[in-house]
Design a protein around this ligand. Sequence first.
Ligand SMILES: [Zn+2]
Ligand SMILES: [Zn+2]
Length: 579
Amino acid sequence: MRIVRRRWLLLVLVVALAVISLLLPPRARTLDEAGAIGAPVRGTIHVHTRRSDGSGTIDDVASAAARAGLRFVVFSDHGDATRTPQPPAYRHGVLCIDAIEIATFAGHVLAIGLDGAAPYPLGGEPRDVIDDVARLGGMAVAAHPTSSKPALRWQDWSSRFDGLEWLNADSEWRDERPLTLLGALLTYPFRRAETLTSLLDRPGDVLARWDQLLRTRHVVGLAGADAHASLVNGEDNPYSDRSPIALPAYEQSFRTFSVSLPNALLSGDAAADARSVVRELRGGRLYTSIDGLAHPARFSIIARSGAHQAGAGDQLPLSGPVTIDVRTNAPAGARIVLIRNGQVVTTEDAPTLTFTGEQASGYYRAEVYLRAATAERSIPWIVSNPIYVGDPPHEGPPFRPAAESIRYRGAMPDTARRRDDGVPDSDEWQGWGIELHEKSKGVLDVVPGNGQTRLLLQYVLGGTKGDSPYVALGMPAGPDVQAFDHLAFKGRADRPMRIWVQFWRPVPTGNEYWRRSVYLDPVERDIVIPFAEMLPSAPGTARAAPLSTIVSIMFVVDSVHTPLGAKGQLWIGDIRYQR
Ligand SMILES: [Zn+2]
Ligand SMILES: [Zn+2]
C-alpha cells in the first residue's frame, strides 16, 4: 500500500515538473557590452518600503538593488509630502534618493527631487498637486496610468506632469488572468526575473497617449518598478500593515527592468550625485531596458542637423536635413523601430540604425525589440526618450488678458468691522459670513489694505480627518456672475497654503458646488480663475457650473490642503468678475 502511494507521489511530481518546464519563460540572454557605447548609471524608480506598504526597510531595498547591479533607487512611499525627505545616502554602494507618491483626486503621482517638506499636505486636484510639486522644485511623474483600480490610475491627461510611467510593473502583473498568475507562481522559484518579465505586455494605449502629449510638450517616459515586495499591496489603504508574503522579492523586481542614465557621473558624494540623477531623470536623458529579456542593455540615440547634435531629452536646432543614429548591443534577430511624431518612420533588423529625413520639426524616439517577428506586439526590450528636433512643441494659445472687468457689486462691507461666527445676518452684511464645521473656528474682519479694504479670515481647523472640517468665507454671487467667465481677486495668507474657491447652489439635499483650488502665501497677488476650470465636487454633476443657479461664492479652508489643528489667517479683496 505504502509503495503504491509513493509511486503516485512520484508520478504527480514528474507531471508537475513537466508542466513547469513547459511553462518556463526563456532565460534572460547575456549580451556583449558593445565597448563603443559607454555603460550607463542604472537604477530604479518607484519603490515602497515599510514606511508605507512595502515589506522591506530602506536598507533591505538598497541591498537588493546592489545584488541586482543597480546604482540608485528612487524611493516613493505613499504620503502627502509633509514628511521631510531623508537626505540622499549611499547604502551598500547604492545611492538612495527619497521621493514620495501622492494620491490626487485622479490618480497617483510621484514627486521626485522636492527641496524639502511641503508646507501643507499635497493632494486634491492633480493639476494643483503638479503645480505644488513644481513650486517645491520637484519633478512630477504620473504613476501607473494602466492600473486596474480607477482610484489609483492616472486619469488627468491635461495637467502638466513632467514624466509618465509608460510601464508600471505592479499594474502589469495585477492585470493578468488568475491562471497566468498561477503559472507564474509555479515558474517563479526557477526563473524569477524572467517570470516577472513574462507578465509584461506592451502598454500600447499609454505609449499612444505619450506620443499624443509629445506633439505639444516635453514629457519624460520611464518605467516604474512600483516594488512593494508584497503580494497584497496596500494601495487602497497605503498605511495598512504589510502582507506576510514578500513576493515578488525586491531583487527580482530590480532584475526585471531598469532605468539607464547614459550621461550621469557619480562621484561618491551622495547629495551631489542625487542632484545629478534627478537632473538626468528630469531632462529625459534616459532609457528603460527590460533586463529580464537580455542584459546588459547598451543604447544610444543621437540626432544631427548641420553642425548641431542632440541626444534623448534634448532639443536640436534645425539647419538642414536631420540624421538619426541609433546604436545598441542587441543580438541577431532584433529590430529597431524609429518613431517620429507618433508614426513609425523606419525599422531596421540590425543592432544599429541610421535614418536621414527632411528638414522638419518634430520628435524622434526609438523602441528596440529582441525578436523582429513579434516586434510592436510584445514588450519592447528598450524604450528611449524623445529627441525634440526644430521648433519647441506648440504649447497652446498664449494668455489673453481680460477684455472687460467689473468690481464685484455685492454689498461688500467697506469699513473696518468684525463679524464673529454665530452673529445673525444683519442688513449691512447682506449674505456675507462664515460657514464652518462645528469643531472649527472662524472670525471675519474687514480691515484696511493697499488703499482698499480686505476681508481677513482667521481660522482654526478643528476636528478629525473623518469630520472633514472646514472654515469658509461666503459671499453672495449676485446676478453679474452670469454675464462673465472669470473670477478675479487679490489674496494672500500668513503662510503658504491652498484654499478652494467654490460656487455653491442649493439643492434639496443640501448644496452642490464647483471648485478650483488656489495657492496663497504672504505676497499678495492677483488671482484669476476661469469658470471653465471649476470642477464639480461630486461625480455625475454637470461639468460646467450652471451660473444662473449659483447663489454664493465660498473661500474655503479644509483638510484636503490644511493640516488638522492648524490656525492661521488669510486676506481676500478687490473681487471682480471678468470676461
Ligand atoms: Zn500608486
Ligand atoms: Zn506605488
